[in-house]
Write a protein of this length. Structure first.
Length: 316
């Protein structure tokens, strides 16, 4: 790191933006409103930072990250768990907005996360629809479970809510289909993905919205990104089984269901799954391996722009 390098960490809350620079932690606070963000942009442009890092905070960071990106600043949104693990590693156990901003700036200097293009408005809308669909499906499941233990007038209310949620789900599916068909690029990718037995509308839309890197990375990197890549657990004389860790839970959840279908209806995945079971592998381990194989196939298909062919040798 040269002496001129400046790393900026921004702790985002609903009402304020605490901004710290590293080295020489200096914390400045801006209001989390358009006027405050504009003032922040002007402030950072004067400093010319090497990297501006924010934590993902459930969407609160979206507006400020977008405005910083539009201003040409090297902004990166990172997983909050990475920053907290880093804070514990350097002994920063106290937690305030100002301290958090300083930790993020220190993290930016030490890790130097890669700058990636932020999703455009159309991609954000698709991601929002996919997320909302997942929420509605979860609510339908919860209300269906309640229905079994509810009686009298309340039972009718719960049933009415389930009916209303099912209608919401139908409209969301229609909106998702229209959103995908409105983009020639998404439409082409959707057709390729859904040519694979086991991939339906839900999995295809989830991959388009939450895994835009599919088809752009190697099979090992895409597996690690989703959280289905095996990691060693060996230390000293201890030799443990490899395990999967981290990754994008939303993608992994939908990929699991698609792979479960594929073990019954996709000849390549079904054959692979049965071979693992016959070798004595536990069902959960075998299914995770099938998820990884499924992801490898989908990644190669988008990379090569090739539709599903059971006997095609996909290169990753």
């Amino acid at each position: 790191m040269s002496r001129s390098d400046v790393f900026v960490g921004i702790d985002v809350s609903k009402g304020s933006l605490d901004v710290a620079t590293y080295p020489g932690i200096e914390v400045t606070c801006f209001a989390n409103v358009p006027e405050g963000i504009n003032a922040l942009v002007a402030h950072l442009k004067v400093q010319g930072p090497t990297r501006v890092v924010l934590e993902a905070t459930g969407g609160l960071e979206a507006e400020v990250a977008g405005m910083l990106f539009d201003a040409g600043l090297p902004v990166v949104v990172v997983n909050a768990r990475q920053v907290r693990d880093f804070a514990r590693a350097v002994g920063k156990l106290a937690k305030t907005d100002a301290i958090d901003a300083g930790v993020i700036a220190h993290f930016a200097s030490a890790v130097k996360p890669s700058v990636r293009p932020l999703p455009d408005q159309q991609a954000k809308e698709l991601s929002g629809l996919v997320t909302r669909r997942r929420q509605v499906v979860e609510m339908i499941g919860a209300e269906t479970n309640r229905l079994a233990t509810t009686g009298g007038q309340l039972k009718a209310q719960v049933q009415a809510h389930i009916t209303w949620l099912n209608e919401c789900l139908r409209r969301l599916d229609k909106d998702l289909s229209e959103q995908v068909r409105s983009s020639p690029i998404w439409c082409e990718k959707d057709n390729l993905l859904q040519s694979v037995p086991g991939v339906g509308d839900a999995l295809s839309c989830c991959l388009l919205a939450h895994l835009p890197e599919l088809g752009k990375l190697s099979h090992k990197k895409i597996a690690a990104l989703v959280g289905v890549a095996p990691f060693n657990r060996d230390s000293g004389k201890f030799k443990g089984r490899r395990c999967v860790w981290g990754g994008r839970a939303d993608v992994r959840r939908v990929l699991y269901m698609g792979t479960l279908v594929a073990t019954r209806h996709n000849p390549a995945i079904q054959k692979f799954y049965q071979r693992l079971l016959q070798a004595g592998k536990p069902k959960k381990l075998a299914l995770t391996a099938c998820m990884r194989k499924m992801l490898t196939i989908l990644n190669a298909m988008l990379k090569n722009r090739t539709a599903w062919q059971p006997n095609y040798a996909f290169s990753s």
